[in-house]
Design a protein around this ligand. Structure first.
Ligand code: BG6
Length: 493
């Protein structure tokens, strides 16, 4: 829950301010919070990056992506933007240089009215430099020891490490500067509106919880697809691949919210405890339960699109996966024997993130004849695009005959709610400012998530596994269908 309570004095430092993430997501989210009155009047926002930019250039750059969605009137919005930009400043310096951060410190002194300023550091920088930056922030004396007012907090973007060991090391090294309480590990999928609705759907409705077990649920499918390829981001992506970029974090986070036991309370400690517990019950992914792919040029006849290794930021002999499907099992009483199928791919035929809960067929149905056995129920939770929750039920078709058809109870967000759907970063940034941690990844959760994929990532490397080719704009490697069949079903479109 958000409260426009006493926010004190706030200084936000966005490290990596000239990058894409800062420009497209962080500054627009800060502006959205500003427009809605969630930021204090005593506010300083400082962009820090290596590029040399004048204040005007910096402000012009961030203005490009600010939107008027919360302040629709043209004049009002222009005024809001102007006052917001007057809080924004830019300082350039080398990442990892204590001197550069000391300069930043001096710069901030001009704007911080007193010493009780809360400080938020957003590290929107590549994983290779974030530890150096965190250490420089610590050495420059920015971090308060205490965890209450005034506070200092750091937001770090994924990926956190490349496997369990490197992640543990990162967690440890970062903890020498920022305590676990001060560290907010972001997974922006947790800020998405429909993902936040998962716990409400499960635990604020009486009907779902009794059905949410192996007795009633046959399988769960979580699908993530993007139409874009790597588009020049190969420098980052080729080092990580789709398992580390999407599956180990976004998809496992979704899975944990779908499969966790009810938390004792709606409080970050209780929620995290149950998420850790279910993640620890997931059997490590096995290579024989995975299908890995890499996109090639678009099929003949389709509009021409380059293959993954045609991208100039990707090495010609890259074996990095741009598609992965995995069959996972949860070894606990609720889910014993229920297959969880996850798939994620770039350069596919659609953009979508969907959760499908597939229920068992009816054991005994009074309507069952040789040809008219009812379809099993299905709950579809569409995270994006076109947010929706759809429950497929059997219904009698109006008329004099007894014909049955599968129909949808359909909650489409755009027609059901008049409210604007906030961007995930708006929600998450507000939570950082308010010190609310339930939508951030705790160190135990992180370790448990890496334990699921570290062995298979090692096996892929050690065996030199080559991903299967699939054409740009297709549905991915056809072998993924065999995986669904192995799990006793088919992928539901
Ligand atoms: C990021 C991944 O975490 O999520 C990207 O690194 C991916 O590869 C992006 O494109 C997708 O985010 P969204 O919010 O557009 O679904």
């Amino acid at each position: 829950m958000s409260h426009k309570s006493d926010l004190g004095t706030l200084s936000v430092v966005v490290v990596g301010a000239s990058g894409d993430l800062a420009k497209r997501k962080i500054f627009p989210a800060l502006f959205a919070l500003y427009c809605q009155g969630f930021l204090p009047a005593e506010l300083t926002i400082t962009g820090f990056a290596r590029s040399h930019l004048s204040q005007e250039e910096f402000r012009a750059r961030i203005t490009e992506h600010l939107t008027c969605r919360y302040t629709p009137g043209e004049k009002d919005c222009a005024e809001k933007m102007e006052t917001f930009l007057s809080h924004c400043h830019y300082v350039s310096g080398q990442y990892g240089s204590t001197d550069a951060f000391l300069d930043l410190f001096m710069h901030l002194q001009q704007f911080e009215p007193h010493s009780r300023t809360n400080r938020l550091f957003y590290l929107a920088i590549p994983p290779s430099v974030f530890l150096d930056v965190a250490k420089a922030i610590g050495s420059a004396g920015f971090v308060y020891c205490g965890e209450t007012s005034p506070w200092s907090r750091v937001v770090v973007e994924k990926p956190f490490g490349e496997d369990r060991d490197s992640s543990d090391e990162l967690v440890h090294e970062l903890s020498l500067v920022f305590s676990e309480d001060q560290t907010f590990r972001i997974d922006h999928y947790l800020g998405k509106e429909v993902i936040q609705n998962l716990l409400v759907l499960r635990f604020a409705n009486r009907i779902f919880e009794p059905l949410w077990t192996k007795e009633h649920i046959k399988s769960v499918q979580i699908s993530w697809a993007e139409q874009l390829g790597v588009e020049g981001r190969g420098g980052y992506f080729d080092q990580y691949g789709i398992i580390r970029d999407v599956v180990q974090n976004h998809l496992l986070q979704i899975l944990s919210l779908v499969a966790m036991e009810p938390p004792a309370r709606h409080a970050s400690g209780s929620i995290r405890k149950e998420k850790v517990s279910v993640l620890k019950s997931i059997r490590p992914a096995a290579l024989e339960d995975m299908v890995l792919g890499q996109y090639t040029t678009a099929a003949e006849g389709a509009s021409p699109r380059p293959g993954y290794t045609d991208d100039e930021t990707v090495p010609d002999d890259s074996r990095t996966c741009t598609y992965a499907a995995a069959l996972l099992h949860i070894d606990n009483p609720r889910w014993e024997g229920v297959p969880f199928l996850l798939r994620a791919g770039k350069a596919l035929d659609r953009k979508t993130t969907e959760i499908k809960i597939l229920f068992h067929d009816l054991d005994n149905c009074v309507f069952c004849g040789p040809e008219d056995c009812p379809h099993a129920n299905e709950l579809v939770i569409r995270v994006q695009p076109d947010e929706a929750i759809i429950f497929r039920i059997m219904s009698k078709v109006p008329g004099l005959e007894l014909d049955m058809e599968s129909r949808d109870l359909d909650l489409q967000y755009d027609t059901a709610f008049s409210e604007l759907i906030p961007d995930a970063y708006e929600d998450l940034l507000l939570d950082v400012i308010q010190g609310e941690k339930s939508l951030f990844i705790g160190s135990q959760e992180l370790a448990a998530a890496w334990d699921i994929f570290t062995p298979v990532l090692q096996a892929i490397d050690e065996n030199g596994v080559r991903p299967l080719p699939y054409p740009f704009g297709s549905t991915g490697p056809s072998e993924a269908m065999d995986l669904a069949v192995k799990a006793g079903g088919v992928w539901r479109q």
